[in-house]
Structures are given as structure tokens and as C-alpha cells.
Design a protein around this ligand. Structure first.
Ligand code: PRX
Length: 630
């Protein structure tokens, strides 16, 4: 990729970037890794701490239930914290945080280790044991990372629920994971307002029975309900003698679960993607190091939410494994003014900014004057994730934010992959809108319906052909669904759910989801979830949801609703239904439009044909209608 002549709009990295980069020649690395990818991952694994080494790097004897570093023992939290406290990184900042109201907090590796050990001991004293599930539901505050790491430390499986979700989404995830302990903040600041997380919890817990203890972090100080015998303040527990920083590390098998994270799939309820200590650790450590080119002195900012996989892998685990300084910001990018992000980059000297196309498009519409007021010269690399980035937004990001000197790492990956899969590195020539090529050692392909590789520039289904260390191990409590969802469409290969093209230079271009997943502002939502939220309202008999293009959000949710007999159609009801979805699922799921209809297009077996609704809304030809009922 470094030397050949490429077609189209190409942006080559400067000599300065190449000279500084850890990987100076992508082709050399790729050639080396492709010869023996297991050896490559093994070498990377050796850079981390293991209590016991592995017998095998990859065990593929029970496909598609792959295992990595079998026989080895480790703990990801030990590698994130303890390892660094034993070196000169002890007093280096691990986490820098700014609140939406402007407060600043920082934790050195020493301090983050101390807080994590203390909280791990609190959890243990509450009876949390290895393998127990703990749900975490908070705004973007340091305690969220502390809670995740404390769980990992004692071998509990964390299940982080995005703070933008509400009652039913939380309830469903609590129920499915059977969490006994829930950690929440009293509220979260968003655009100057308070999201009442604790009262959402109170309502969800009226529907869920498994939770025995609720630990509440005080963030806003607003009055909340504390239920005696169930609810406890985090700061009070952390002041007890039991909250000491004595070593609490649990020695884990490489394949022991680290976390589950719910994500939307093709059908039905969200599924719990399971990741493990060993492979996930090696995958996130390695990919972050090479792609974002982590140097000792870097200040790195991933502006995602820890409640999604990007935050798990690249705010918490990847950066800490690399011993870097990770910055976290609590609030909205435009609060109180559209220069908030640029102000913080200048103030803290951020070197790497990793965000989503929706945020870039959202900030772009306020014009260049806002970023131009700030000194952004500390930036060296930029990143993008979550959905295809349109070339216009890419170019704005590159020119206005990166001053034409910062390469953009457009990283394609998924909750299931755990780590970057298609991504450039700083030394790689870029084409706006393409994530370039798969990470070295990862074999991917684009197939037609019959499983044959499509020709260059032809659209097809994106698949992964080789196992990788941070891969999903299973769907928690549902191994059959793991097999049918990912490994059945094309036998022997992992189907991503995306469609894509590959150009004549081998660069990948993602087109979008081919299933019933809608990407709204980069967040992944299922049509089924929105539909069940609508149907849970007493006025609704049936509902269908589709995604349609939106300038800022990428896609917006549009819905079609059949009302129950006797219910009057009116504007007030539309607003009531929109609010109902926001209350049950979360504000991100609030439909852009609700259209009342008398019937929905269905197959003869009764499935809603969303593609017909979509084609109609876009004024396109719905194509094959042979399965349509009427
Ligand atoms: O459709 C792809 C899109 O996001 C999906 C995965 O969503 P999720 O599991 O929520 O993880 C998002 C963050 C890793 C993919 O199937 N997607 C993700 N990154 C990109 C992307 N589409 C295009 N370009 C990307 N860089």
C-alpha cells in the first residue's frame, strides 16, 4: 500500500508522520503477519503479563467456538493497572476527565489502581464472585471505568448499559443477564440538563426481580429515592474499612468471560455479546498500539460512550493496556457552545481524537469559525468509527480539524469483533470514505448470495474468514443463536451483516447494514426493539420501523403504526407515542416520524416486509414482490 500507484482521490501521509509511526511500512508488516498470523498474535501477547503461559495460541477444534491462548492465566485489569504501577508509569495520568459543567479530575495509574482495588473489595464484601454479572448504568464519569475494572479484577462479568437507554431497555438487559448488583449514578449531565438515571433504575426495578443491591454514585447531588436495604451510596461504601486497596486480583483463565455487552441483531431482543480476558486483551492492546500509533507521551481522546463497544475497547481497556493517558468528557459536543471540543483539545493538548461521522457532521454545520478560534496543533491523528463517513465530512475533518497534516483512521469493526478489523495505519495512503484494508492477518472477503467472491467494485456481503483474538465467543446464554446469526449464512465464515465493495486497489468501501439493524448517529438499534416499544403502548396494535437517510444522524427511524380499533388518529397521539418510545427505550430511539396506516406489507408467513416500506418512502422500486401477501 505504501509504494504502489493508487486510483482515485488519494491522501498520502507526510514523511514526518511516517518517520514517527511505529509501523513504517504496512506491506512489510502485512507480509510478515500473513505468513503466520498466530505467531504474530503470540508475539503481541508476550508483551503483556500472564500468570501462566498458553499451551496453544488458537484452538479451533470446536468451530465456530474458537478459543485463544488456551491454558493461559491472566487478568486484563492487572495488565491495565498493576503492571504500570510497577514501572515509571506509576504517576503518569491514566485518566483525565472533564465534566460538562467544566470540572476537571485526573487519576494517575497509581490512583486508578487504588480506587479500583477499593471498589473491587467493596463488591466482594457484597458477595459478588467470579462469574457473577454486574450491571453498570452511568453517565461518562471516571467511576464507570473504575466499576468496569473492579469487576474485571474480581472476575465478575460486567454488563454496561448505555446511559442513553431508558426503562425497558435497562429492564430487559437486567433480566437477561440476571444481575444481582447494579451500579448507577444519581443522574448524568447532558446539554445542561440532568438525565435522572436513578429514577429510571427505580422504574426498571419494578419490572426486574434479580437485583439485590444498587450502588449509587453521587454525581449531580439532586435529591433521589434511596430504598433502604437495597440502595447504598458508593462514597459511603468506599469510606468503610472493607474498601481497602489490598490486592484483590482473581487469576482468570484466558477464556473466562470478561464482559457481556448487549447489541441489536437481525431479529428479536438485543443479544449479549460475550468477550473474554485473554484474546480481547491481546486484540485491543495490539490494534490500538498500531492504528493510533500510541507513543508514551500521547494524550488520547476517544469521544465515544463507554456504554458501547468503542468505549469498552478504546476508552477503557485498549488505552490502559498501552499505558497511555485517556481523556474522557462527560457531556455534549456543543454545550454550551459549538467550540467545546476544540477548546478541550487546545486546553489539554490532545494528540489523537477518535470520534464518529455523526459528531463530525453535527459540528461541521456550525461552520469553521468555531474550530478556527482554537490552537489544534497538538493533534497528530484523527479517527472515525460507527458508520460510513461521507467524503465531504472526511475532507472537512481532515482540512479544518487536522489542518491537512493528520491522517484519519477510519476504523470498521463491530461489538462482535471487539477490535478494529478494517483500518488504515498512519503510514497508509487514504481514500476518503474507505477504511482501506483489513488489519494484517485478518482475511476478509465480499461474497455474492452463492458465497462466491464478487468482482472489484461490485457490491456483496462482507465476511471474515480467519479467527481473530478479540472475536465474540458466543451469545451469552444462547450459543445456538451465535451459530445461526453469524456462521450460517455462509458456512465456515463469519457474516458481518454489512454490505460492501472492494475497489481495484483492494480498498474496502462499506455500504451499510443488510439486516434489520438501523444505525442512528452511529448507535446500533434494532427495528424489533422500536416496534415492541410502540406496541407496548395501549393505542397501538401493530408497528413497523425502518431507517431512512438523515443528514446528521446518518439514518433516522421512521415508523408505521396500525392503531387499535376505536383509537383516534391525531397529532397529540403522534407526540405521545414518540415520547413513549423515548421513555421505554431511550431518546436515541425516538422515531423521526410516525405514520398511521391501515395495513402493513407482509409476507405470506406474516413477516413485515420493511424493504417494501423503505422503497416506497424513498420513491424506489421495491423489486421482488413475489412473497408479498396482497
Ligand atoms: O455497519 C457497520 C458499522 O457499525 C456496525 C457495528 O456496530 P456496533 O456493533 O455498534 O459497533 C460500532 C463501533 C465499532 C457495523 O456492522 N460501522 C462501524 N464502523 C464503521 C461502520 N461502517 C462504516 N465504516 C466504519 N468505519
Amino acid at each position: 500500500m505504501n509504494n504502489i500507484k493508487l486510483n482515485g482521490d488519494v491522501y498520502c501521509p507526510s514523511e514526518e508522520i511516517k518517520k514517527f509511526a511505529i509501523v513504517k511500512n504496512w506491506d512489510d508488516l502485512n507480509e510478515f503477519v500473513s505468513k503466520d498470523y498466530q505467531k504474530f498474535w503470540e508475539n503481541e501477547a508476550k508483551e503483556l503479563h500472564w500468570f501462566n503461559s498458553w499451551d496453544k495460541v488458537l484452538d479451533d477444534s470446536n468451530k465456530p467456538f474458537f478459543k485463544w491462548f488456551t491454558g493461559a492465566q491472566c487478568n486484563i485489569a492487572y495488565n491495565c493497572l498493576d503492571v504500570h504501577t510497577q514501572t515509571s508509569r506509576r504517576n503518569k495520568l491514566a485518566l483525565m476527565w472533564e465534566g460538562e459543567k467544566g470540572e476537571f479530575r485526573s487519576l494517575s495509574y497509581f490512583a486508578l489502581h487504588r480506587e479500583t482495588c477499593k471498589f473491587a473489595n467493596v463488591l466482594k464484601s457484597l458477595g459478588v464472585k467470579k462469574g457473577d454479572r454486574v450491571t453498570i448504568y452511568m453517565g461518562r464519569i471516571p467511576e464507570l471505568a473504575i466499576a468496569m475494572l473492579a469487576c474485571a479484577r474480581i472476575g465478575a462479568i460486567h454488563s454496561v448499559v448505555y446511559g442513553g437507554f431508558t426503562v425497558e431497555a435497562l429492564h430487559e438487559r437486567l433480566e437477561d443477564s440476571h444481575s444481582k448488583v447494579l451500579i448507577v449514578s444519581d443522574g448524568a449531565y447532558q446539554r445542561g440538563k440532568i438525565v435522572p438515571l436513578k429514577s429510571i433504575v427505580d422504574e426498571a426495578l419494578q419490572r426486574a426481580a434479580s437485583v439485590e443491591s444498587v450502588l449509587v454514585v453521587r454525581r449531580t447531588g439532586e435529591p433521589i429515592n434511596m430504598e433502604s436495604g437495597r440502595d447504598m451510596w458508593y462514597h459511603e461504601l468506599m469510606a468503610l474499612p472493607i474498601a481497602n486497596n489490598q490486592n484483590s486480583i482473581e487469576i482468570m483463565d484466558s477464556e473466562d468471560p470478561l464482559f457481556i455487552l448487549y447489541t441489536s441483531g437481525t431479529t428479536g431482543k438485543p443479544k449479549a455479546i460475550l468477550h473474554t480476558h485473554g484474546g480481547y486483551m491481546v486484540g485491543t492492546y495490539t490494534t490500538l498500539k498500531y492504528v493510533f500509533d500510541i507513543h508514551e507521551e500521547d494524550r488520547y481522546w476517544c469521544a465515544a460512550d463507554p456504554g458501547w463497544i468503542t468505549g469498552h475497547s478504546y476508552i477503557v481497556y485498549g488505552p490502559l493496556l498501552n499505558g497511555t493517558t485517556s481523556f474522557m468528557y462527560e457531556g455534549a459536543p456543543t454545550y454550551p457552545y459549538p467550540n467545546r471540543w476544540w477548546q478541550m483539545i487546545e486546553k489539554y493538548g490532545i494528540n489523537i481524537l477518535y470520534t464518529a461521522p455523526t459528531a463530525i457532521r453535527g459540528l461541521m454545520r456550525f461552520g469553521e469559525a468555531w474550530p478556527n478560534r482554537h490552537d489544534l496543533s497538538s493533534l497528530r491523528l484523527l479517527g472515525s468509527v460507527g458508520e460510513p463517513i461521507n467524503p465531504e465530512a472526511w475532507k472537512w475533518y481532515h482540512r479544518v480539524i487536522g489542518k491537512e497534516k493528520c491522517p484519519i483512521m477510519d476504523t470498521w469493526w463491530q461489538t462482535e469483533t471487539g477490535m478494529f478489523m478494517i483500518t488504515p495505519m498512519p503510514c497508509v495512503p487514504l481514500k476518503p470514505g474507505s477504511g482501506t484494508k483489513p488489519f494484517p492477518g485478518i482475511q476478509m472477503d465480499i461474497l455474492d448470495e452463492n458465497g462466491k467472491t464478487v468482482k472489484p467494485n461490485e457490491e456483496g456481503k462482507l465476511v471474515i474468514k480467519t479467527p481473530w483474538p478479540a472475536m465474540i465467543r458466543t451469545i451469552y446464554n444462547n450459543p445456538d443463536r451465535y451459530v445461526t446469526q453469524y456462521w450460517s449464512k455462509f458456512p465456515g465464515v463469519y457474516f458481518t451483516g454489512d454490505s460492501a465493495k472492494k475497489d481495484e486497489d483492494g480498498y474496502y468501501w462499506i455500504i451499510g447494514r443488510v439486516d434489520d439493524v438501523i444505525k442512528v448517529s452511529g448507535y446500533r438499534l434494532g427495528t424489533a426493539e422500536v416496534e415492541s416499544a410502540l406496541v407496548s403502548h395501549s393505542a397501538v396494535a401493530e408497528a413497523a420501523a425502518i431507517g431512512l437517510p438523515h443528514d446528521i444522524k446518518g439514518n433516522a427511524i421512521h415508523t408505521f403504526v396500525i392503531l387499535r380499533a376505536g383509537v383516534n388518529k391525531n397529532e397529540k397521539l403522534i407526540e405521545e407515542l414518540r415520547q413513549h418510545v423515548a421513555h421505554e427505550l431511550g431518546p436515541i430511539a425516538k422515531p423521526e416520524s410516525i405514520t398511521f396506516v391501515d395495513s402493513l406489507p407482509k409476507t405470506r408467513s406474516g413477516k413485515i416486509m420493511r424493504r417494501v416500506l423503505k422503497a416506497r418512502a424513498l420513491g424506489e422500486d421495491p423489486k421482488d414482490l413475489s412473497t408479498l401477501e396482497e
